[in-house]
Design a binder for this molecule. Structure first.
Ligand code: 1HE
Length: 267
């Protein structure tokens, strides 16, 4: 396996837990964790390496009161970019977010405060989103004279549907609280700390076999891009590999000898 050299990261704070759950924290709270070029490169770096480094799950968090304010608008203003320059910036965002979505390592986003613009694009590249009562979601690009460039047209549309996505962009509509859950922006809402709950979700996921999680956190996304015919074929191939993995034998044996937990309704 590959090692992750945590000292190489400055805009991200990295922390490995004992169960190989990693905590990845956007670490520019004074800039509301706005995504500058360097932060995106660190995300590319970490999420390119994580699948080969034994990372079992990731909690993606933002330090301070806000998860992420999106594109670093000051850097963008100062750089006065050409169309080609900004296209290349966006391609690096896609590199980072595709590594997240297709990398096969479960990523649980812990959300608080602003989850806006590119911050929502980042959160939507995670596999599960946990929000607290301060979290709010919006796409202010329209108001800023901009357009989404980090995958919102694909991933936010997947979460909320086309009509809500276009409304969010046209009007800057803000979703928060239970409504944000109801429209699909997040899967868990807590009155307490979204970080604590995200860590709980990540730990639960990390108890699965890594190859199962690899399939869950890459195959579903890949199959969405395929025809139904090809997706069914690909699913068969993935299931062939995953469902016969030697490490699964013990779990199947435990079911057979009735020592494994049964699936029961919640209390
Ligand atoms: C920033 C950014 C940023 C804050 N880029 N520096 N995103 C937006 O349109 C969101 C813009 N930000 C905000 O609406 C607010 O800053 C927040 C709601 C996130 C936070 O409000 P608040 O009152 O806590 O903070 P603040 O006073 O507005 O900002 C504190 C500092 O963070 C300040 O810097 P300072 O040096 O003057 O102290 C802000 O400039 C800085 N800051 N947000 C740079 N976004 C690939 S295309 C993606 C397209 C987009 O993402 S468009 C961006 C959408």
């Amino acid at each position: 396996t590959v090692q992750i050299d945590t000292s190489r990261y400055t805009n991200l704070a990295l922390e490995r837990q004992e169960d190989d759950v990693w905590i990845v924290t956007l670490n520019r709270p004074s800039k509301r964790n706005a995504l500058d070029v360097d932060t995106i490169e660190e995300l590319v770096d970490f999420f390119s390496t994580a699948p080969r480094a034994g990372v079992r799950a990731v909690v993606l968090a933002g330090s301070g009161d806000h998860f992420c304010a999106g594109l670093d608008l000051i850097e963008h203003h100062d750089e006065d970019r050409s169309p080609a320059d900004f296209m290349h910036v966006c391609l690096r965002w896609h590199e980072a977010f595709n590594k997240m979505e297709y990398g096969g390592v479960p990523i649980i986003a812990a959300l608080q405060g602003a989850v806006v613009g590119g911050g929502l694009e980042l959160a939507s590249a995670a596999h599960v989103r946990v929000m607290d009562k301060t979290a709010y979601f919006a796409l202010p690009e329209g108001q800023r004279g901009l357009f989404t460039g980090g995958g919102a047209t694909i991933r936010v549309t997947d979460l909320v549907g086309k009509a809500r996505m276009i409304d969010m962009m046209l009007t800057g509509r803000v979703y928060q609280g239970q409504e944000a859950i109801d429209v699909g922006l997040a899967q868990y809402f807590t009155e307490g700390s979204s970080f604590d709950m995200a860590l709980e979700v990540a730990r639960k996921a990390a108890q699965n076999l890594p190859l199962s999680n690899f399939a869950i956190c890459s195959a579903v996304s890949h199959m969405q891009n395929m025809s139904a015919l090809d997706a069914a074929y690909a699913e068969s191939v993935v299931a062939g590999v995953v469902n016969t993995q030697p490490d699964a034998r013990a779990r199947l044996a435990a079911f057979a000898d009735k020592s494994a937990a049964r699936v029961r309704p919640n209390d």
